[in-house]
Design a binder for this molecule. Structure first.
Ligand code: PBG
Length: 324
């Protein structure tokens, strides 16, 4: 390639030609909006570390669903915050628990115009904040936890969830949930597996969002080590073998190489979670006037799509849908 013959700048001259040759286009269809619903509050509560995001009441959640469907956003993922938490997170499978009620509310408003995903985990529901049953020695009991996950899957499907999204990183969770759904005649409910989920520092603001403090422990015994990439492919393959219909990489921007590699090894839809810390960092720097918030958000979300993701779970869904 000789430089004078290949002047790539010729194709960047104006907006129209840049649009014409663009390889990736961010679209409202790419977005899933994460939403929080909290039991026992009478008004939506702002989440300080996630500006613009709220812990909703059932009523304010319904209004949010209207806005989201009006914007044409195709999906949401719901997280529940119960009033009382316990050692096993039993509110997670209570048929009248907050998230089950909220799923039913959303379904009754949006019907088939919106894909209602429900995050399946117990960390928002346990008093210790871990994603599973904690043994006396502090370790997590993988297989006992699977029994809880099965009950949650059935409760969420029964409430009307369109997609079940297990996020606890227990081994065998996809197979356990698939079996539980099939046995209860929910054979048509797909599973979006949080397959490659890293033990990331970027989940910080989410802890505030769901009222969880992990105190002196962390999740490194079940979430992935950020030094590893091949291990993520093993997680993805295992989930696909167990029956995952879609897989997820989380967080997104720090793990673009994982998304790109995942794209090479599977043709199922890949979701990427642009997580709370990724959102907050942009909001914080934007708030100080150090970066252009919207530009950086669009740049990052486009990068996630360019790397091979089919859809993006993002707290920017509404804001960016409005300006696309
Ligand atoms: C677990 C779960 C977490 C997030 C989504 N599902 C927390 C964690 O694993 O520590 C984090 C999402 C975010 O930071 O935006 N139920």
């Amino acid at each position: 390639m000789t430089f004078p013959l290949h002047r790539l700048r010729r194709l960047r001259k104006n907006g129209a030609i840049r649009r014409l040759i663009s390889e990736t286009t961010l679209n409202v269809d790419d977005f899933v909006a994460p939403l929080f619903v909290r039991e026992g509050i009478t008004e939506a509560q702002p989440i300080t570390s996630l500006p613009g995001v709220f812990q909703h009441t059932r009523e304010s959640l319904k209004r949010e669903i209207d806005e989201i469907t009006n914007l044409g956003i195709p999906g949401i993922i719901l997280f529940g915050i119960p009033e009382k938490k316990d050692a096993t997170g039993s509110e997670a499978w209570n048929p009248d628990g907050i998230v089950q009620q909220a799923i039913a509310d959303c379904k009754s408003i949006a019907g088939d115009d919106l894909v209602i995903m429900s995050d399946l985990c117990v960390d928002e529901y346990t008093d210790h904040g871990h994603c599973g049953v904690v043994n006396d020695d502090g370790s997590i009991d993988n297989d006992l936890t699977l029994d809880l996950y099965k009950k949650i899957a059935v409760a969420q499907a029964h409430a009307g969830a369109d997609v079940i999204a297990p996020s606890g990183m227990m081994d065998g969770q996809v197979a356990a949930i698939r079996n539980a759904l099939d046995e209860t005649a929910y054979v048509d409910i797909p599973i979006l597996a949080y397959s490659a989920k890293y033990a990331s520092g970027l989940y910080g603001p989410f802890r505030e969002a769901v009222n969880v403090s992990l105190e002196n422990s962390d999740r490194k015994s079940y979430q992935q080590d950020w030094r590893n990439k091949r291990e993520a492919m093993n997680e993805i393959k295992a989930d696909l073998d167990e029956g995952a219909d879609m897989i997820m990489v989380k967080p997104a921007v720090t793990y673009l190489d994982i998304i790109a590699q995942a794209r090479k090894i599977t043709d199922v839809p890949i979701g990427a979670y642009h997580v709370s810390g990724e959102y907050s960092m942009i909001k914080a720097a934007g708030g100080k006037g150090w970066i252009d918030e919207k530009q950086v958000a669009i740049e990052q979300l486009t990068a996630v799509k360019r790397s091979g993701a089919n859809f993006i779970l993002t707290y920017f869904a509404k804001e960016i849908a409005e300006c696309l």
